[in-house]
Design a protein around this ligand. Structure first.
Ligand code: PHE
Ligand code: FE
Length: 290
């Protein structure tokens, strides 16, 4: 999920009514497959000991190490057997209602283009590496698979309650940038982190960011940045707990409460926070000074 400033409001030519397009796997060039392989090699070397066990298991059981950009049909077949999810291609960002409808029906929408070789470290729009390497392994985990389906239904509901701002933050701080406690360690599971060479180290090792225990209302009040490393990460105790708390909480009254409160700026620590690491914010401060 990202900002929707350059979003179309009806499917572009070649897309179906539900905005899906053929992945067109045969049309990837050798250079594009090589970009995937480069990104895959450097990320998969970094992630053991850093990514959550569920993520690493997903990478393995889905056979994502097979060379080249994955064929969504083959990937969907494996995923379908494990958790009933599929991966479908879309031309880029899609409207919120379309995104939620796919998700509520266990279809994960993925971009089919891959970044250029000069964009290995950074790009604004999610490409096939972010979407497939970052997100899809977690969908092989039965609990996380249920969480994302429930999130899709929650999204449909939030649209009617004019509360997407709040629900979107939950996505951001879990699905995209979440941390989890595993034994004595913190591990990454958010797709935006696991698909980033630099942030997969920064999120765990750097003294700059705050690392705060997950609290649903706190997360939904917290602003985030889309242009650089996060200044806050929220740590869940387990995927079971994330699923339980989000499914058992009726968000309608919560949204009403949040609308009466102010938003929390990215770097702030609040009185009720369970602070795991109080960040120095040195990285963000240095950046701000130029
Ligand atoms: N419980 C949420 C609601 O009442 C739905 C939801 C479930 C949202 C799981 C996110 C994740 O709207
Ligand atoms: Fe993403």
């Amino acid at each position: 999920m990202a900002d929707d400033t350059h979003m179309l409001d009806s499917p572009p030519p070649g897309a179906a009514a539900d905005w899906t397009v053929p992945q067109d796997w045969q049309h990837y060039t050798a250079e594009e497959h090589a970009t995937w392989d480069t990104l895959f090699a450097r990320q998969s070397k970094l992630l053991p000991g850093r990514a959550s066990d569920a993520y690493l298991r997903g990478l393995d059981v889905l056979k994502l190490s097979k060379p080249g950009i994955p064929d969504f049909e083959e990937l969907s077949e494996r995923l379908m057997k494990l958790t009933g999810w599929q991966v479908v291609a879309v031309p880029g960002l899609v409207p919120d209602d379309v995104f939620f409808d796919h998700m509520a029906n266990r279809r994960f929408v993925a971009g089919n283009f891959i970044r250029r070789p000069d964009q290995l470290d950074y790009l604004q729009e999610p490409d096939v590496f972010h979407d497939v390497f970052g997100h899809v392994p977690m969908l092989a985990d039965p609990v996380f698979a249920d969480y994302l389906e429930a999130y899709g239904r929650g999204g449909q509901r939030a649209l009617g309650l004019d509360a997407l701002k709040y629900l979107g933050r939950l996505y951001w701080y879990t699905v995209e940038f979440g941390l989890i406690r595993e034994g004595d360690d913190l591990r990454i599971y958010g797709s935006g982190i696991v698909s980033s060479y630099a942030e997969s180290r920064f999120a765990l090792d750097d003294p700059s960011p705050n690392r705060i225990g997950f609290d649903i209302a706190r997360v939904m009040r917290t602003e985030y940045r889309i242009d650089d490393f996060q200044q806050n990460y929220f740590v869940i105790p387990s995927f079971d707990e994330l699923l339980r708390i989000t499914v058992e909480t009726d968000f309608a009254p919560l949204y009403a409460e949040l609308k009466a409160q102010h938003d929390i700026p990215v770097a702030a620590i609040e009185p009720g926070d369970t602070v795991i690491t109080r960040g120095t914010q040195a990285y963000a401060l240095a950046k701000a000074e130029g």
